[in-house]
Design a protein around this ligand. Structure first.
Ligand code: PRP
Length: 174
């Protein structure tokens, strides 16, 4: 495994995921929530979060990638596939592992708004607000993190590390 240093422990993440779930349970009480999970990074967060929700939930998936290198979103996006059912009049939560430049979320918001949902909000585990290139803000944020390449809890380096139960900073030597 790549050399790395723990940034957020499993306990810290689980505690925060529970806090977010508590807020969602309140904010969407008496509603059904349609969660759109962006693959692949969002799956671990999604699976922990939905099991803490008491409200009715539908889940959808889509896969999108940029043509940039591993650390930089170049701004050209490719929507590979979308298992997103009809969102018209639904309360939609877009769920991501990390909000970085915001280019991916900006694209998805515009794309999914065409389906005329009743509401659409963003939920991310991690946020790097100082990296933003477009004006996007998430309503639900787990942690603001410093500008390091991070792996674990769904996030990868060269497709490895997603299964780590904690979040870690990749050693620059890698
Ligand atoms: C990451 C992350 C978001 C996007 C955020 O995806 O999961 O989708 O980058 O970056 P942005 O705010 O600069 O647009 P990545 O391309 O690494 O795919 P993965 O989730 O499959 O690892």
């Amino acid at each position: 495994m790549f050399k790395h240093k723990i940034l957020l422990t499993e306990e810290q993440i689980q505690r925060r995921v529970l806090e977010i779930a508590d807020r969602l349970n309140l904010d969407y009480a008496d509603r059904t929530l349609d969660i759109v999970c962006v693959l692949k990074g969002g799956i671990v967060f999604l699976s922990d979060l939905i099991r803490l929700l008491h409200i009715p939930v539908r889940i959808h998936f889509l896969r999108i990638s940029s043509y940039g290198n591993e650390t930089q979103n170049a701004g050209t996006l490719n929507l590979h596939f979308s298992y997103v059912a009809d969102l018209e009049n639904r309360h939609v939560l877009l769920l991501e592992d990390i909000l970085d430049t915001g280019i991916t979320m900006d694209y998805l918001l515009k794309h999914l708004t065409e389906q005329k949902p009743a509401s659409m909000k963003i939920c991310v585990l991690l946020d790097k607000p100082y990296r933003r290139k477009v004006d996007i803000r998430a309503e639900y944020v787990g942690f603001e993190i410093p500008d390091h390449f991070v792996i674990g809890y769904g996030l990868d380096y060269q497709e490895l590390g997603r299964n780590l139960r904690y979040l870690a900073i990749l050693d620059p030597s890698e």
